[in-house]
Design a protein around this ligand. Structure first.
Ligand code: SAH
Ligand code: SF4
Ligand code: F3S
Length: 492
């Protein structure tokens, strides 16, 4: 809440008088779900300050760029965007420009932005999002450049407002930071050490989301398996019940009425416990899918990446998951061309691909990140080899994805209808329990419902389907159950 007499309120009043409406903001987000969720918080803070969302850059009085630094092309994209912002500033000098996110946690980048891009008004990092309103006020009211970066997260700030991107699904942070120090990765430097939120705070957020119509939540963390929640009601006795672990957290949020689906992201293979695997059996709401980044199929490369598992360990975890949930959809990330990766290492990766048969995968060319251990590894893979390996891998991975999708033809799946499809607004789009995107013809008012859809067509990265005819006028939400027969009997 803003003080009615405050200079900010005065600014809002003047702005409305001259422009006929409150200042509009636009957030542009690069990077992962953590950043997307952070942008939702930034949007929430701006709305609380009396601003409104803008539909485009042209409309924005406040422009916030939330950056990612995971690979070099992310950095380059940001510097490209800064060039475009310069033009906006030239045309409309009163526009307030803010940059934040993971790139801003690196001193050399902050220095470069301050020195070479004077049209940036506000710079803040990943640990001081809650201080953004203050920075914005000083940038607007005092016309001062506002720069604030904190080195580490300290205590988690709870209770910040947020403005959700999607009506029926939501991201929920369960932990921040990462302590793993994979040798290629910048994230531990940009997100700080690992901190888990209190279970009660997470529970409260999920309850509020459910009350607001959210059906599906994705629990977020760089390595959710190392979630350790402390709370007053958990015995802090140094024993088994000292903290709540991630499977325990799933059970807690799974008990919240209205939440029909739970997903999570990301889990590190080294910490994938049998308890978490068993949750696929014990928790109906836990969706039958897992994103388990493997990075490489070569145990030698994995050791140099400091991943702390071998190819065999990974295959064992996959077998464990499939033993409990045979149909589980498994997705992953690969890095191609890590320093020292030989043809033999690459063949190990291709072999792993054949053995696991991933539902889908993201493949990244290794990108050298300043300050990480691998940045000083001398044995870089020649560009041509990297690209050749990348192409061969992607081709094979995509072929397997298409085969996996073809297996869905003729099957009836429960889909959470999220809203109109971007490519064809007469269709609804949603995801199966296993996370496959399905587009199907259905009236827009069915958005937000769990619906049985028969898969009638397959593309490499999505499915097409038909709503079961008897469901078109179904008045109530279809209750969640793993048993399709049970769901269909509701319509008889
Ligand atoms: N915490 C997650 C990953 C976060 S980063 C995990 O450990 O699984 C997302 C993906 O980006 C990683 O899985 C990895 O495949 C990729 N990545 C990270 N650093 C990279 C780098 N320096 N070069 C190329 N890809 C990288
Ligand atoms: Fe990066 Fe490894 Fe942490 Fe994932 S687990 S964020 S890859 S350091
Ligand atoms: Fe990028 Fe930061 Fe996420 S570096 S991948 S936005 S944690």
């Amino acid at each position: 809440m803003t003080n009615p007499m405050s200079p900010w309120t005065e600014y809002l009043r003047e702005y409305r008088e001259t422009h006929g409406r409150p200042p509009a903001y636009l957030t542009e987000t690069m990077g992962c779900q953590m950043n997307e969720r952070d942008s939702e918080t930034i949007a929430g803070l701006l709305c609380d300050m009396g601003c409104v969302p803008a539909a485009s850059r042209a409309e924005a009085a406040i422009l916030v760029i939330n950056t990612c630094s995971v690979r070099e092309n992310a950095d380059n994209r940001f510097f490209g965007t800064l060039g475009q912002i310069k033009k906006i500033k030239e045309a409309r000098p009163e526009t307030v420009t803010a940059v934040c996110g993971c790139m801003m946690q690196q001193q050399h980048i902050v220095d470069r932005v301050k020195e070479k891009y004077p049209w940036v008004d506000i710079i803040f990092g990943t640990h001081n999002i809650h201080e953004f309103p203050e920075l914005l006020r000083s940038a607007v009211l005092e016309r001062a450049k506002a720069v604030l970066i904190r080195d580490d997260g300290g205590d988690i700030v709870e209770g910040l407002p947020f403005r959700r991107e999607f009506p029926f699904k939501a991201y929920v942070n369960v932990m921040y930071g990462c302590d793993n120090c994979c040798t290629y990765c910048i994230v531990p430097y940009t997100r700080g050490r690992e901190r888990s939120r209190r279970p009660a705070a997470i529970e409260r957020e999920v309850r509020d989301l459910a009350a607001d119509g959210v059906k599906e939540i994705t629990l977020l963390g760089q390595n959710v398996n190392s979630y350790r929640g402390r709370d007053d009601d958990i015995r802090n006795d140094g024993g088994e019940n000292d903290t709540l672990d991630f499977p325990g957290l799933i059970e807690r949020v799974g008990a919240i009425d209205g939440i029909e689906r739970i997903r999570f992201m990301t889990s590190h293979p080294k910490d994938l416990s049998q308890r978490l695997i068993d949750a696929y059996k014990s928790c109906d709401k836990l969706c039958g899918t897992i994103h388990l980044p493997v990075q490489s199929g070569s145990s030698r490369v994995l050791a140099r990446m400091n991943r702390r598992y071998t190819k065999e360990d990974y295959l064992e975890r996959i077998a464990g998951l499939r033993a409990v949930f045979p149909d589980i959809a498994i997705t992953t990330d690969f890095i191609v061309g890590f320093p020292g990766e030989t043809e033999a290492d690459f063949e190990e990766t291709m072999d792993l691909i054949e053995r696991v048969r991933f539902d889908s995968a993201f493949t990244f060319l290794y990108s050298r990140r300043k300050g990480t251990p691998a940045a000083s590894y001398a044995d870089a893979v020649p560009e041509a080899d990297k690209h050749r390996r990348f192409n061969r891998m992607v081709e094979r991975l995509n072929a397997i994805t298409a085969e996996k999708n073809r297996a869905y033809l003729g099957r009836t799946e429960i889909v959470l209808a999220e809203g109109p499809s971007k490519t064809d607004p007469s269709m609804l789009t949603g995801r199966t329990d296993s996370g496959k995107v399905v587009n199907f013809r259905a009236p827009a008012e069915l958005a937000g419902r769990m619906l049985p859809v028969r898969v009638t067509g397959v593309r490499t990265f999505s499915l097409y389907g038909e709503l079961l005819p008897e469901c078109r006028n179904a008045p109530e939400n279809i209750p969640l159950s793993r048993s399709l027969a049970g769901i269909l009997s509701d319509f008889e």
